[in-house]
Design a protein around this ligand. Structure first.
Ligand SMILES: Cc1cc2nc3c(=O)[nH]c(=O)nc-3n(C[C@H](O)[C@H](O)[C@H](O)COP(=O)(O)OP(=O)(O)OC[C@H]3O[C@@H](n4cnc5c(N)ncnc54)[C@H](O)[C@@H]3O)c2cc1C
Length: 410
């Protein structure tokens, strides 16, 4: 994010976020990484108290009615705390997005308002043991019985499986109908959700990630979110905040640790920043982080102002998710390389960043899935448009007829 563009209000928001970040006890981060803490409830409560969770939610439900560019100002600070705390913070934002868009007045009063205030926390349950990428192949199902839906099936890798008060769950209500087969439900933990297993995660620990099981869980019909069989609409809306991964504050902080180290550490009688192998690594990283920030800013404004088609927006959001997470992984690795052996220890927080950052390219739709979306939307755009621009393809030595003769495609 380019701070030079910040408005006065955004600078003040940044200071609020910085204060929140300073509030976080160091021990909380360490205990989460060591899995001594299952879920950081106090973090959510404090963020909610300061009204920094889900700032894009309308004021009528306790949010601040702000925009994506504002949320990035906050996320750039929050990501300095590492992936797990940023994740539980961010999930409130994305669940709020779908509740405020599709929820009824009663649902919003019951679930959205306390969520924004940090009094409750929600998980999102999409991925199933049989696969996460093939979302529309979900098998968790919901059958209607009187005024209830009865849910059966399971979801895995759910952040907050241990810790969430309710879940946004996708289940099949119209089998065999592809994208029209799913409905979305607000399922309270106390309705009978069972937590089966917490994994030995490589990093990003302390967020209560686990498997949730529905054995004939009865969900009242008023907890259907949106319309029956229109889960796809909610999914597509949810994927925008889910993938707005352009906040690179954490990676900037990691890079700065490496740059300061290189400025002091000596080898062969010189500080190592004098070696191009080191200083060019820093140059590459900071260039890429700035490129991501510029893209993030552009994408945020595109979404805020509703520019372009839904497909165009989807492409940009996927590009940002891919580039930001790829860059964050590269920066963490390069930082570790610059620190040498000591980077591979717990003397510096780089090793934690490497473990945590690896996840970013896998979750919220793997980067392969982002590539699928990007190329799909790009082809749709270029093949649909009749270009009125200069025809660059004709700027060759051959005449148009001669060139045509040589252009053999099959
Ligand atoms: C710590 C953690 C937290 C998570 N939190 C949540 C959460 O809160 N809620 C939630 O719902 N999910 C969550 N996830 C799940 C995550 O989103 C999925 O793991 C991810 O979407 C990939 O699904 P999968 O693991 O089933 O892999 P698969 O879908 O089995 O994919 C395996 C590999 O095949 C590739 N692949 C699959 N299909 C294609 C294709 N068509 N083209 C090209 N490549 C393809 C994938 O890119 C991947 O490399 C979390 C995961 C982890 C590890």
């Amino acid at each position: 994010m380019f701070e030079v563009f910040f408005t006065k209000e955004q600078r003040s928001l940044q200071r609020e976020a910085q204060d929140l970040v300073k509030w976080v006890p160091r021990q909380l981060i360490l205990d989460m990484d060591d899995e001594k803490i299952t879920f950081p409830k106090e973090w959510i409560e404090e963020s909610g108290k300061r009204n920094l969770l889900a700032v894009r939610v309308p004021k009528q439900y306790g949010g601040r009615g702000l925009k994506w560019v504002d949320e990035f100002v906050i996320m750039n600070e929050v990501t300095k705390l590492g992936v797990p705390l940023a994740c539980v913070f961010g999930i409130t934002s994305l669940v709020s997005e779908v509740l405020s868009t599709f929820g009824t007045e009663a649902q919003n009063e019951k679930y959205l308002r306390p969520l924004v205030a940090g009094k409750v926390w929600a998980g999102e349950a999409l991925t199933e043991p049989r696969g996460g990428s093939d979302f529309f192949g979900a098998t968790t199902n919901a059958r209607k019985e009187g005024r209830n839906y009865v849910l059966s099936g399971q979801k895995r890798f759910i952040v907050g499986a241990e810790g969430a008060d309710f879940f946004i769950v996708y289940a099949v209500t119209n089998p065999g109908a592809g994208r029209d087969s799913l409905s979305t439900f607000i399922v309270e933990r106390d309705m009978g959700v069972e937590v089966k297993h917490v994994y030995g995660l490589m990093g990003s620990r302390g967020t209560g990630t686990g498997r949730i099981i529905f054995r004939e869980v009865r969900v009242p019909e008023e907890n259907l979110l949106g319309k029956e069989n229109e889960g796809a609409k909610i999914f597509y809306k949810m994927m925008v905040p889910e993938r707005m991964a352009g906040a690179v504050g954490g990676s900037r902080a990691i890079l700065e640790i490496a740059a300061r180290y290189a400025n002091r550490r000596k080898a062969f009688g010189q500080t190592i920043r004098n070696y191009e192998a080191v200083s060019f690594r820093i140059a590459e990283c900071v260039t890429k982080l700035d490129a991501v920030s510029a893209l993030a800013y552009a994408v945020a404004r595109t979404i805020d102002e509703g520019v372009g088609t839904a497909g165009y927006q989807r492409r940009l959001v996927s590009e940002l998710k891919k580039l930001a997470t790829q860059t964050q992984w590269e920066v963490a690795n390069e930082a570790m390389q610059i620190l040498g052996g000591i980077g591979y220890t717990r003397v510096f927080p780089i090793e934690r960043a490497v473990r945590e950052t690896r996840l970013l390219q896998i979750w919220t739709g793997t980067n392969d899935i982002q590539n699928l979306i990007i190329q799909h939307e790009y082809y749709k755009e270029i093949l649909a448009q009749v270009s009125e621009d200069r025809n660059i393809e004709a700027d060759v030595t051959l005449t148009e007829e001669e060139a045509e003769e040589e252009k053999v495609y099959e």
